[in-house]
Design a protein around this ligand. Structure first.
Ligand SMILES: Cc1cc2nc3c(=O)[nH]c(=O)nc-3n(C[C@H](O)[C@H](O)[C@H](O)COP(=O)(O)OP(=O)(O)OC[C@H]3O[C@@H](n4cnc5c(N)ncnc54)[C@H](O)[C@@H]3O)c2cc1C
Length: 433
């Protein structure tokens, strides 16, 4: 039995390890370092292409709950994230290089995972998992089109820039957490009203990079370029990535008019990313406009923000909830290309696909991950939503089954949904060992 997983990204690594855990041999096919997509930079696996945050770790948020479910199910990639975390308040943020190295070492520690270094062009396994990501190499697109009867969609995603710590002007920056809650993990770059308005004026008129096939309104709302958001109105970014609420500038004793937050990229404190500043501006314009923020006046960019086409299949018409093609049960899709959206969601889909493949080969019944869990609800959603207007889906409470009673208090409702899900997942975990 030849099992191929194409792509050693977040989904592919999790999927390969889940299959290998259950005693099967897996070929994990990865094109790096022979070729890298425009958003991939390192040679190691499970590379985070933009933010280093895997979002909230609070189990009463949908993102936090999904991670908790994955821990219960034995996700190796989440374990690597937990081991390489950097302080980021309530979020699970990681040192992206250490994280990627940890996943690579873990994958390579398996005797029954064979790393095949090549650019995949077609499905060659008895079972093949396409986990080649939103930036799947062109060489494979023809094969995916054929298997999916050309039923493809896309949107555009942007990445935020990273700057060096040493270049931040601390005469104009301060360290503190919002509402003084949690640890002081963020560097805050305040602006007064005049500074903000000057910045906004330049931001909305700055030159954007040409992106092949870029169509207006094709950006994913959760990863919208800051300049696109700014064009919706002057206050839109003041209620978004530049929101000043809960922050007091110690030099004035007052809340600034707007604040950009910088988040640690690594535990050595050498690099910081501009939180929420995904951008489509040309590189010189990023330097010109972002350096108008006083604390960034001498900023040295380690990596500029970029925008990429993000491709996914029209999964509701194509996949079942095990992430297999309905009309070809030996072909699986996992990760962003399968119609889930986000790092952790990609890991979850890889885990579900991997367990499903192992169960099938062992002649065991398939696991029902339950629509009371985010993992199960995501699998259900991508395989059954209305395919006509299908949008990639990230973890949220809206896809879960409702409670069996009406709960008015929103926070209480989330807590109840989360504890129900955790209990359910603990039961499910006993079935998958
Ligand atoms: C620009 C951009 C920014 C994003 N920012 C975020 C963010 O901040 N937060 C978030 O939660 N999500 C973000 N996403 C969405 C998504 O979560 C990530 O893309 C995530 O990495 C998807 O995981 P994956 O496993 O599906 O793909 P990837 O992690 O991209 O892994 C795919 C792997 O397949 C390899 N590959 C591709 N084609 C071939 C081939 N033909 N043969 C062999 N190997 C191949 C690639 O080299 C890569 O290693 C972003 C996406 C993009 C495009």
């Amino acid at each position: 039995m030849k099992i191929d997983v194409i792509g050693a990204g977040l989904a592919g690594c999790e999927c390969a390890m889940q299959i290998a855990d259950r005693g099967f041999e897996v070929n994990l096919i990865e094109m790096k370092p022979i070729k890298k997509s425009p958003a991939h930079h390192v040679d190691t696996f499970a590379e985070l292409v933009c933010s280093n945050s895997l979002k909230s770790n609070d189990v009463n948020t949908a993102g936090g709950l999904l991670k908790e479910e994955l821990r219960i199910l034995g996700s190796h990639v989440i374990e690597c994230a937990d081991k390489t975390r950097v302080p980021a308040g309530g979020a699970l943020a990681v040192d992206r290089d250490l994280f990627s190295q940890a996943v690579t070492e873990k994958v390579k520690s398996y005797k029954n995972i064979k790393i095949v270094n090549k650019i995949a062009e077609k499905a060659e396994g008895d079972i093949t998992v396409f986990a080649s990501g939103p930036l799947t190499d062109e060489a494979l697109i023809g094969e995916i089109s054929r298997l999916c009867k050309n039923d493809f969609l896309h949107f555009f995603d942007a990445a935020a820039p990273i700057i060096t710590y040493d270049s931040i002007d601390f005469e104009s920056a301060f360290i503190s957490s919002r509402y003084d809650k949690g640890t002081d993990d963020y560097i805050n770059c305040p602006m007064n009203k005049e500074e903000f308005e000057a910045f906004w004026n330049e931001l909305v008129s700055a030159e954007t990079a040409h992106v092949k096939d870029f169509e207006e309104n094709m950006v994913f709302e959760g990863c919208m370029p800051v300049e696109v958001m700014a064009k919706r109105g002057m206050d839109t970014i003041r209620f978004g990535p530049l929101k000043p609420v809960g922050l007091i500038d110690p030099r004035t004793g007052r809340r600034p008019w707007a604040v950009l937050q910088l988040r640690k990229e690594n535990n050595y404190n050498t690099m910081y990313n501009l939180v929420g500043f995904q951008t489509h501006l040309t590189w010189p314009e990023q330097r010109r406009v972002f350096c108008m923020i006083p604390a960034l006046k001498n900023a040295e960019f380690v990596r500029y923000g970029v925008m990429h086409k993000n491709t996914y299949i029209n999964s509701p018409d194509l996949l079942d909830k095990n992430f297999a093609l309905v009309d070809n049960q030996n072909i699986y899709f996992a990760g962003q290309i399968s119609g889930v959206e986000g790092y952790v969601e990609s890991i979850a889909s890889g885990l579900v696909a991997g367990i499903s493949i192992a169960n099938k080969l062992q002649g065991k019944p398939q696991i029902d991950f339950s629509t009371q869990t985010i993992t199960g609800a995501l699998a259900q959603y991508i395989s059954s939503a209305n395919g006509k207007h299908f949008q990639p889906m990230n973890a949220n409470f809206g896809i879960l089954d409702g409670l069996d009673h009406h709960e008015r208090d929103k926070q209480k409702k989330k807590q109840l949904l989360a504890s129900r899900s955790v209990e359910k997942m603990k039961q499910i975990a006993t079935l998958i060992k």
